[in-house]
Every structure is written in C-alpha cells, then in structure tokens.
Design a protein around this ligand. Structure first.
Ligand code: HEM
Length: 312
C-alpha cells in the first residue's frame, strides 16, 4: 500500500505540475495541445513497479478519460470540409455507414492510447541505450562528434536528410538499435488462413511470434553480433550500408509492421545528433563500471544510470 500511495501521489502531483506549467508557459510559446500525453507515453519508463491490477487500471481509466475529453473537443471544433488530424479522419470513417466497419469511438480511443505508448516508450528507451553506449565507448562518441563538426558544424539545426552526409553517425544509430534490441519479440500475430512458412505448416488461427532477437544477433548475418560495432553498417570506404538483417521494426515485409518506423528513425537521428553536437557524455566522477544488462519489460530498458552532459 505504501508504495502504491506514493506512486499515486507522484502521479497526481506530476499532472498538476504539468498543467500548471502549461498555463504559465502558454504565453511564452509552449506548444498548444494536450501536454500530459507525452507524460503518459512515458509512464512505463518511470521505474515504477506498477504491479497491482487496480493501479494499472486507474492509469488506464485516467488516460481513457483524458482522450475521451479530447475526442469531445474535436467533435465540437470539427469542420467537415477540413480535417486537422488523425482524430478528424477517424471520425469521418465512423460517419460512413458501413455495416461491416469496426470504426467506433471505443476503438478510436484505444488506437490513440496505442499510438502514444508505442510512439514514446520505444524511442525513449533506444535513446537511453544510445547515451549509455556513448559513455561506454568514448572513442565512438568522439568520432561521431568529429564527423558532425566537420560536416555540419556546431550550430546546425538537423533535419533527417542530413543523415546522407553523415555516414558514421548514421551507422552508429543503426548499431545502437541493433545492439540494444529493445523489442526481442514482435507483436503477436494471428494467421488468417492455413499457410506454409519456410517449409513449416501453420494452421489458420495460430498465434505467431517473430523472434527479432534471433535476427539482430544472428552470427550468420553479422560479423561481430555480440559487440557494439558501427562497422556493421559501413563499407571499406566508410560509406553507410544498410543490412538485410537490420529488422528492429518488424521481421519481413508483412502486412503488419511498425507503423511509426519513419517517425522513429527521424526522431532518433535528430535527437541523437543534436545531443552529441551540443554535449559530451561521460560517467560521473568515480564511476568506473557500467551495467549493460537489460530490465525485462514491454521494452528492454537499461538499468537506471547517471551520466554527465558536458557542454562542448
Ligand atoms: C525505436 C523505435 C521503435 C521500434 C524499435 C519499434 C518496433 C516495432 C515492432 C517490432 C512492432 C511490431 C511489428 C510486427 O509485429 O510486425 C511495432 C509495431 C507498432 N509500432 Fe513501432 N517501433 C518503434 C517506434 C514507433 C513509433 C515512434 C510509433 C509511432 C506511433 C510506433 C507505432 C507502432 C504501432 C502503431 C505498431 C502496431 C502496428 C500494427 O499492429 O499494425 N512505433 N513497432
């Protein structure tokens, strides 16, 4: 009970604080929109041990209530000639009369929850690994910084196109994703008909789990699968090369793949490059060892760690 009450108090205080800050910052250009959503997406990041079903349920209820409010506000402000975002397009689908369609408001709210969780937890976990690897491999960090300084300079504002001019940085980001392997197994899928896969018979209605880990760490596909080696994505001349076995976003080109792959790639590139352009990351004084074991969960996160961000 003690732990739960503390978590709940923290949760409520955080929301109040966010709301307060939002009002304070509104006039100073704080982006419009529902501020607490990124917070929700990152709930799972917060090292809370939310074991108890009813606490989990109260988080879900809270999130659903907030999204329901957003939905009502969308319905009020909706202009039928001009869709503003996903919710408006989804409302259009609900309005279409189609007896077989599964579009309804309950589904819409669940989809929004999925998007916030799938879209925040994954990229933030990858970035946690990214910074951890940079403190463990300072020579790699330095090489990225040298490339950034030489190619774009220290005051450049990054865009995704820049990756083409930054092969080493791009290779390091790919290797971070390969090596951190944050989703060992893809989402469960169900075969819709009897099928054959690599000679195996898969009957209709079988739940299939694709083992991403087996591909990202396959000794037959990677020169040094157990080492953090950006060379996996570079040719002899230092050009970036994509690898067939780089499949952190889904195994194969199935109908169901990661919907946010491009968004994730853009975010990872821009955030990682911007951070390394501005800071050098080191271990705090006196810390000699780093634990790289992962904590098993919805994504495989590193254990909590501390580092110093030194402005360059
Ligand atoms: C480093 C970042 C990310 C990784 C490694 C990742 C990985 C994955 C994987 C492995 C799947 C399962 C694919 C399958 O079963 O075939 C998936 C599904 C999904 N991802 Fe991501 N993802 C990332 C970022 C994002 C972002 C930013 C979004 C944005 C909204 C997102 C939205 C989704 C959604 C909605 C699905 C379910 C798609 C479906 O069921 O059809 N992901 N992701």
């Amino acid at each position: 009970w003690d732990g739960e009450v503390k978590t709940l108090v923290f949760f409520v205080v955080s929301l109040l604080l966010i709301q307060f800050l939002k009002f304070q910052w509104m006039r100073r250009g704080f982006p419009p929109g529902p501020t607490p959503y990124p917070f929700f997406g990152n709930l799972l990041q917060m090292n809370f041990k939310i074991h108890h079903e009813h606490l989990k349920k109260s988080c879900t209820d809270f999130m659903n209530a907030l999204l329901a409010k957003e939905l009502e506000s969308h319905k009020r402000k909706r202009k039928l000639v001009e869709n503003r975002d996903f919710i408006d397009y989804y409302l259009d689908e609900i309005d279409k009369v189609n007896a077989n369609a599964t579009y309804d408001e309950v589904n819409l709210i669940q989809t929004l929850c999925d998007l916030f969780i799938a879209g925040t937890e994954t990229t933030s976990t990858t970035l946690l690994w990214a910074l951890l690897y940079m403190v463990i491999y300072p020579d790699i960090q330095e090489k990225v910084q040298k490339e950034l300084d030489a190619v774009v300079g220290c005051s450049h504002v990054f865009c995704y196109e820049d990756r083409k001019k930054l092969p080493y940085t791009n290779a390091v980001i790919h290797e971070i994703q390969r090596y951190s392997n944050i989703l060992l197994i893809a989402l469960p899928r169900l075969s819709v008909k009897d099928t054959e896969l690599l000679g195996y018979h898969i009957p209709k209605n079988t739940i299939v789990l694709a083992n991403i880990d087996s591909v990202l760490a396959d000794p037959g596909k990677w020169e040094t699968p157990d080492q953090f080696n950006p060379g996996h994505f570079l040719d002899q001349d230092g050009n970036f090369v994509n690898r067939e076995a780089f499949l952190p976003f889904a195994i194969g080109k199935w109908h169901r793949v990661c919907m946010g792959e491009l968004l994730a790639r853009v975010e990872l590139f821009i955030i990682f490059s911007t951070l390394l352009q501005a800071f050098t990351f080191t271990l705090p004084e006196g810390v000699k060892e780093v634990n790289t074991k992962f904590v098993f969960g919805s994504t495989m996160k590193p254990l909590p760690y501390q580092l110093c961000a030194i402005p360059r």
